[in-house]
Design a protein around this ligand. Sequence first.
Ligand SMILES: C[S@@+](CC[C@H](N)C(=O)[O-])C[C@H]1O[C@@H](n2cnc3c(N)ncnc32)[C@H](O)[C@@H]1O
Length: 414
Amino acid sequence: MDIRTLRHLASPEGKALLREAESGFGVETEFALGSRLRRDHAPELVAAALTQVRLRRRATAKFHPADAARMFLTVDGYEQATRATVASHRARRLADRRPGGRLLDLCCGIGGDLIELARAGLTVTGVEMDELTAEAARLNIAALDLTGRAGVLTGDAARHDRSGYDAVVCDPARRTARGRIFDPDAYQPPWSFVLELLDGDACVKVAPGIPHDRVPAGAEAEWVSDNGEVKEAAIWSGELASGCRRRATVLRGGAGPGSVTAGPGSGTAGSSAAAHMATLTDADDPGDPRVHAPGRFLYEPDGAVIRAGLVTAVAAMTDGWLLDSSIAYVSADTHLSTPFARAYEVTEVLPYDVKALRRYVRAHDIGSLTIKKRGVEVTPEELRRSLRPKGSRTATLVVTRAGRRTIVLVATPL
Ligand SMILES: C[S@@+](CC[C@H](N)C(=O)[O-])C[C@H]1O[C@@H](n2cnc3c(N)ncnc32)[C@H](O)[C@@H]1O
């Protein structure tokens, strides 16, 4: 889609066409719908409208459905946008530190972060280099009634004057036409620019795999998961950092993206009807874990906790230990319900012996088998095939290592 077509789509004619395309979508075949719409509208506009309807439907996975239905999306812009739950969490953190402040959102894309920053009561200027993407962000601000709170400039973030703002947010591009970029030096703008920003009061979004030694002294790295999936890491610097070095924040939404109400704080949790948030930091982490044989319960830490290197904080809160010093499972004799880990009751500990396991599966009438593994060279699909489960009951097997031994825990999710 070019910028002229995007603007046409946002015109009264384009909006009427989008409504028609939306109501016919899934009712008529796409071929019939397209042919009908092309009777009254230019073919390229109809093609753009049908793509937009498709994208808006897909976008309900990331944005509030009511927003997705009004937004203007590009494929690249949508794929790179921050999901609403995560953007809302970041925006609230910023609004807590800089209530009503003026913020600069560098590399604002189609406005995933920008929208939530404006909604959190901040006044935001977005800077985006790509003209089409910047135009989509402007249209989104208008479509979501945020004009007056947010604006977007087309330009190079690295050249934008940062004076006069209370804080800077930056979400560098981490993919090219060839795929994702894992090396921070290849981000756009590059890491050298990120370091310049982190010299002041900034929050920079980075990939979850960011090596810990890339986090500058005095800054805080926060790993965020949403409904159990790690979504991003963000580095907070200057007065925006909270004093810790590593933080894991766990968001759990309801049926779809929703706003998160709790502010950050060590080991704290908050909730609203839409989502829950809990956060854990290195202040909760005694480090130096005990390593011991399996106890009655097993905890599988959330991905954000693992990325933040806080598995030992989960061991401390559950009064537990590790089965192996290098594997992210916690074992304990006490059961605690925690947002930072999934808990299982361990009913058996077996040696890793396929024949013996097959006998176990047959003897226990197991037909549906969930196999989890960590720290061992086992392919769950192959193991499941070898165990030939044919019974009527379900079971979870956790294959892992305890020192040099490979063991299998039969575990029931709690
Ligand atoms: C990861 S996306 C931002 C997504 C955004 N936070 C959101 O939630 O929608 C990165 C964006 O940075 C833009 N970009 C890359 N280099 C830039 C630069 N030097 N100046 C401004 N924008 C840039 C890309 O065009 C892309 O839209």
